[in-house]
Design a protein around this ligand. Structure first.
Ligand code: UGA
Length: 429
């Protein structure tokens, strides 16, 4: 099949690579010429394990460009994967989507299946149809499909090849598009959920909101465990064995970050509020998450007295391991709060870089031991594999102080203590 993917971000690039790998001819378009230039020179603008190999293995079928008009004209299948960030009121900025639609409206001459992969609020795909019709486009020239993406950064390729479902939302009476989507994903084995356009949009939001709720739930439980000297990781294991609860997304720590959960919770609350629906549960999920970093700062203050002039090593900048993405990273929030309290922050991350506004005031090192050198305390903020196997005896030797704060509750506290260090978690006695 001939496909034009619009947007070369995490979702667009991964989708392009996998569709090309499945045998399709893919034109991946992005409005950022520098990004396209990099891609054409074999440089992948993001760190996503395995992605650069899949892209280079499929060079013949996968091309990158910035002329969206030409690529749209040539492709019967258009897959929109542009960013949909939050606006200050929690609503979603759909300007990139509408800019793509303008180009489609200007260039459409032959039949197109327009697939929305970007996360968009309930009702948006119907608005996309209305927009194109209002532009005078012949209704027989296109169909719109809502096909949300459920991949996680860091394991994006695995998730795309092994999805737990494929959700296809179609307009009433559209019995043509499901077969096109089946052909598109031929080779990927997953239950197919065919629903309405808005149903598919809701599945995406309800899914992310539920996962975020699990995280805030276990974080709130960890706060209670903390006061009763109970290990929250054992509680998570215990409750997770109940199949009605499940073991995943019960890792307590700094809270959820990234480009999806924080924005999607806000968007869902906004979508509810404009229909006069109250969302006390979603508000609580957000409230727990927003106060989680402070819980760790308070614990650190209790241990060190004050932070002014203290050297604090922060291990991890990315919002989660196996990515260089720092959008809404809780590690970054933590660093900002430490700096506000006048700590001297020395940071290390295997892939991610400090954001520009912190580059002058925190010091980023290229190795964990360098960041730990002379530190009064060290905080594990992102659970990269290399931190899980850190040599704590070595850490003890290079550090000035002895405090190790496990802000992802992922270390074996015995290893840390056996090295003569103090172990601090939340809900980890
Ligand atoms: C999330 C969803 O998991 C994907 O299914 C979805 O496709 C994606 O959003 C999206 O909407 O595009 P992602 O943001 O890549 O994926 O990362 P997650 O693995 O979900 O982690 C999100 C945040 O929650 C991270 O900050 C992570 O550290 C945190 N987290 C996750 C926890 O604090 N505890 C957990 O148990 C799991």
């Amino acid at each position: 099949m001939e496909i034009c993917v619009i947007g070369a971000g995490y979702v667009g690039l991964t989708t392009s690579a996998v569709l090309a790998d499945l045998g399709h001819r893919v034109r991946c378009i992005d409005s950022d010429p520098a990004k396209i230039n990099d891609l054409n020179n074999g440089k992948i603008p993001i760190y996503e394990p395995g992605l650069s190999e899949v892209i280079s293995n499929n060079k013949g079928r996968l091309t990158f460009g910035s002329d969206s008009g030409a690529a749209i004209e040539k492709s019967p299948i258009l897959l929109i994967a542009v960013g949909t960030p939050s606006l200050p009121d929690g609503s979603t900025d759909l300007s990139s989507i509408y800019s793509v639609l303008e180009t489609i409206a200007d260039t459409i001459l032959s039949y197109k299946t327009i697939i929305t992969k970007s996360t968009v609020p309930p009702g948006t795909n119907q608005k996309i149809i209305d927009f194109l019709l209002a532009k005078g486009i012949d209704p027989n020239l296109f169909r719109v499909v809502s096909n949300p993406e459920f991949l996680r950064e860091g394991t994006a390729l695995y998730d795309m090849y092994n999805p737990n479902k494929t959700v296809v939302g179609v307009a009433e009476g559209d019995n043509v598009s499901p077969d096109i989507l089946k052909e598109l994903y031929k080779g990927i084995d997953a239950p197919l959920i065919i629903t309405s356009l808005t149903g598919a949009e809701m599945i995406k939001y309800a899914s992310n909101a539920f996962l975020a709720a699990k995280i805030s739930y276990i974080n709130e439980i960890s706060r209670i465990c903390d006061t009763y000297d109970v290990d929250v990781t054992e509680v998570a294991k215990g409750i997770g064995l109940d199949p009605r609860i499940g073991p995943l997304f019960l890792q307590s720590g700094l809270g959820y970050g990234g480009s999806c959960f924080p924005k999607d919770i806000k968007a869902l609350m906004h979508s509810a509020s404009i229909r006069n629906v109250e969302t006390p549960l979603l508000s609580a999920v957000e409230k727990v998450n927003d106060s989680q970093v402070d819980i760790y700062i308070t614990k650190l203050l209790k241990s060190l007295g004050n932070l002014s002039g203290k050297k604090v090593a922060v291990l991890g900048i990315a919002f989660k391991p196996e990515t260089d993405d720092i959008r809404y990273s809780k590690a970054v929030t933590l660093i900002e709060k430490l700096l506000e309290k006048e700590a001297k922050v020395q940071v290390y991350d295997p892939k991610a870089m400090l954001p520009g506004h912190l580059q002058e005031i925190a010091v980023q090192h290229s190795q964990a031991t360098e960041a730990l050198a002379g530190a009064d305390a060290a905080i594990l903020a992102t659970e990269w594999k290399e931190f899980l196997s850190l040599d704590w005896n070595k850490a003890r030797n290079v550090m000035s102080g002895t405090v190790i704060m496990d802000a992802r509750n992922c270390l074996d506290s015995r290893d840390v203590r056996e090295a003569g260090l103090q172990y601090i978690g939340v809900g980890r006695p």
